[in-house]
Design a protein around this ligand. Structure first.
Ligand SMILES: C[S@@+](CC[C@H](N)C(=O)[O-])C[C@H]1O[C@@H](n2cnc3c(N)ncnc32)[C@H](O)[C@@H]1O
Length: 207
């Protein structure tokens, strides 16, 4: 198995959004965090030889991290065709052995039928800056419906929301960790070029 830092390096070639849409909260998860999330999932036997579904895949960094870690097959779903085109180019760049299908569609009304045992990975829109608070709820609903296990990135202070959502929907938060990364200012109404934000990552067992 490649180490976490080798995976981070491999993901360094994954391009982000050409023309990011603020309404869809389009920013790329940094390679370090994508590698950390998928490495953690792999240590739990949730990636290798499994079906992995990336909800709101954007330019594909989480899906590609899973493909690099030997997922049996990977599907990435996003509303926006532009980033999916970049995801195809990114797939060629990382040259993973596992096949990835890129599907345009609404992750909250899934356009594909996932495999029986599926791991969901996702960095959904938080809805933090709009009236769309907890936009991540609809993504969690999809995970609850189709996944055995999910890994999701949320904004800081989401723990009680995620834990009660999981408990109400037959899930159990088994692991959690915090991370920090730079977000382009456009996504957070700030005037600096970037702003460091705190996020929380949760593993939810839905079985
Ligand atoms: C924060 S970005 C994360 C992108 C990518 N997963 C990553 O980690 O770099 C959120 C993504 O969700 C997508 N998205 C937002 N709402 C969606 C929906 N209802 N269905 C599918 N994709 C959606 C956006 O287009 C965007 O690519």
């Amino acid at each position: 198995m490649a180490t976490k830092s080798e995976l981070t390096q491999q993901l360094g070639v994954v391009a982000g959004f050409d023309s990011p849409r603020v309404d869809l909260e389009q920013y790329r998860t940094p390679p370090e965090l994508a590698a950390h999330l998928v490495h953690t999932a792999d240590l739990q036997d949730d990636v290798e030889d499994r079906a992995v579904l990336d909800l709101g895949c954007g330019t594909g960094i989480l899906a590609l991290a899973a493909a690099l870690r030997g997922a049996q097959r990977v599907v990435g779903v996003d509303l926006d065709a532009g980033p999916l085109g970049t995801a195809v180019e990114n797939e060629r760049r990382v040259a993973s052995a596992s096949p990835v299908s890129w599907v345009r569609g609404d992750a909250t009304r899934l356009p594909v039928s996932p495999a029986e045992s599926t791991t969901v990975v996702m960095n959904p829109p938080f809805g933090a800056q709009s009236s769309n608070e907890h936009a991540d709820r609809a993504f969690l609903e999809t995970a609850a419906a189709v996944a055995d296990v999910s890994y999701s990135i949320h904004n800081a202070d989401s723990q009680s929301f995620v834990e009660s959502f999981a408990a109400d929907n037959g899930g159990d938060v088994s692991h959690a960790f915090r991370a920090q990364f730079d977000l382009p200012a456009t996504f957070d109404h700030h005037t600096e070029d970037t702003r460091s934000i705190d996020v929380e990552v949760f593993r939810i067992d839905w079985t």
